[in-house]
Design a protein around this ligand. Structure first.
Ligand code: PNS
Length: 169
């Protein structure tokens, strides 16, 4: 099977997308000819945003990058990458605490894919190393300031979900 090593996937939940994700997207899009950001449709989790909402959000957030596509997948990442002839999965590493989990996923994917899928780790830029979608949601739930963590239009979408409306901006 021919695998295109010039294209990569950046899989994740992106619930919601943060500046940390966008930093990884910008840098990976400079390395690869084509980058597909693919959102996991995880039936086992109840996300804040539907997959459709997250696709729309990611498309808006990445519109300045002509070689970035946004897609979604369900099931195994290796099945998705095999079908789309993608050979590299990108993941961001914020701290050593991410490493153990990420290493396990990367090795599982390598075994499951018979070696067709490798994982490339990019270290998150220091200014975003503390950031996670979960903390963004927690701060936003209590009307906290998340303007340093997500783009303004994403902040508005999150506030709307929590029923804050415009009065909190
Ligand atoms: O943003 P997240 O939630 O940390 O992303 C995790 C993701 C989507 C990369 C990972 O859970 C995944 O690829 N899930 C799909 C199922 C799969 O292929 N699992 C195999 C490795 S255990």
């Amino acid at each position: 099977m021919v695998i295109n090593m010039k294209s990569a996937v950046y899989p994740g939940s992106f619930d919601p997308v943060t500046y940390g994700h966008l930093d990884i997207i910008r840098r990976s899009a400079e390395i690869f000819d084509e980058l597909t950001v693919s959102i996991l449709d995880n039936k086992m989790k109840t996300p804040l945003f539907s997959v459709e909402e997250r696709v729309k959000m990611l498309k808006e957030a990445t519109k300045e990058y002509p070689n970035v596509k946004v897609d979604s997948f369900s099931g195994l990442l290796v099945d998705y990458t095999r079908k789309n002839k993608i050979g590299v999965s990108i993941r961001g590493l914020r701290a050593i605490t991410d490493f153990e989990y990420e290493l396990q996923i990367a090795q599982t994917n390598r075994v499951l894919s018979d070696g067709h899928l490798d994982t490339m780790f990019l270290t998150t830029s220091l200014e975003y190393a503390y950031l996670s979608s979960s903390t963004v949601k927690e701060v936003a739930m209590f009307k906290g300031d998340i303007s340093k963590q997500v783009p303004d239009f994403v902040r508005d979408m999150i506030y709307e979900k929590y029923g804050h409306g415009n009065e909190s901006q």
